[in-house]
Design a protein around this ligand. Structure first.
Ligand code: NAD
Length: 252
């Protein structure tokens, strides 16, 4: 069987490496990044330069859009170029080249001010776990409470995806990713980190589910977090919509 052709932007990065090392047997990956990825067809271009990045999209069925400035406190000028203009260019190039689905790396920071400002979630951030109710209402994907320009750029990504789905019929699945570190270990983080932890195994599974979800999943926003004891983001919807069933748990 021929493998689905999938372009990964940001494939040289942390999550891109998790995806291409764990899923390469299943998909025909091409990289689009500022830097070379060995052993894969590799387009080297800046996403903010439309003419330079456009040809990478030809012949691709799905785009996994990971490339971005990933720092939550990066300055506006950096966010504007990499995350806002970059994501606009990804959507425009996808439309022009007939891509069927874009999987977008959004972030928990879209609702990042919930644990900063709202009880009972604040008790996790402030490490007052003895005050934490046994079960907190899960934060759903309808909510937005961004904690900076980075988070706002990811809200923008979700909204341009909604618009391109309605206007041009491109399927769009936004993943509000928790926390993925290179060590693949939750134990160095505080309680908020353990609530947000996404293991490499679960991250690869999440991306696999998103690429492989049936066409009936037109537009969706889901949280990408392991099955953590301290989690307060809804992952059941991801299970229902795309079959995401995380195996790992960062513990308490
Ligand atoms: N790692 C996490 O915990 C986490 C959490 C939530 C969301 N995310 C999101 O997931 C995505 C991947 O995160 P990561 O941790 O792998 O980041 P990373 O910094 O390790 O990788 C990003 C990659 O994108 C490339 N890139 C950045 N700007 C580019 C541009 N303008 N043109 C071309 N290439 C560009 C970089 O060269 C790099 O290879 C990002 O969109 C990030 O915002 C990550």
């Amino acid at each position: 069987m021929t493998k689905q052709k999938v372009l990964i932007t940001g494939m040289a990065g942390r999550i891109g490496t998790v995806a291409h090392t764990r899923l390469a047997d299943k998909y025909d990956f091409t990289s689009l990044d500022n830097v070379q990825v060995d052993n894969f067809p590799s387009h080297i271009a800046d996403l903010a330069d439309f003419e330079a990045m456009r040809s990478a999209f030809d012949g691709q069925e799905t785009v996994v859009h990971l490339a971005a400035e990933p720092s939550a406190d990066a300055p506006w000028e950096v966010i504007l170029r990499n995350n806002i203009i970059g994501t606009y260019n990804v959507m425009k190039a996808s439309r022009e080249s007939g891509v069927k689905r874009v999987v977008f790396a959004s972030t928990n920071h879209v609702v990042g001010n919930i644990p900063m400002k709202e009880e009972p979630y604040k008790s996790i951030y402030e490490d007052r776990l003895e005050n934490q109710p046994m079960s907190v209402p899960m934060v759903t994907a309808e909510r937005h409470r961004p904690d900076g320009y980075y988070a706002i750029s990811k809200s923008f990504g979700e909204q341009i995806g909604s618009y391109y789905y309605d206007e041009y019929g491109i399927s769009f699945i936004a993943l509000r990713i928790g926390g993925v570190n290179e060590e693949n270990s939750p134990w160095t983080m505080g309680p908020l980190g353990r609530s947000l932890y996404l293991s490499h195994q679960d991250a690869a599974h999440l991306i696999d589910c998103s690429i492989g979800a049936p066409p009936s999943v037109g537009f969706a926003i889901v949280y990408g977090i392991s099955n953590n004891q301290l989690r307060f983001h809804d992952i059941e919807t991801a299970g229902d919509l795309i079959g995401y069933h995380p195996q790992d748990n960062a513990g308490i």
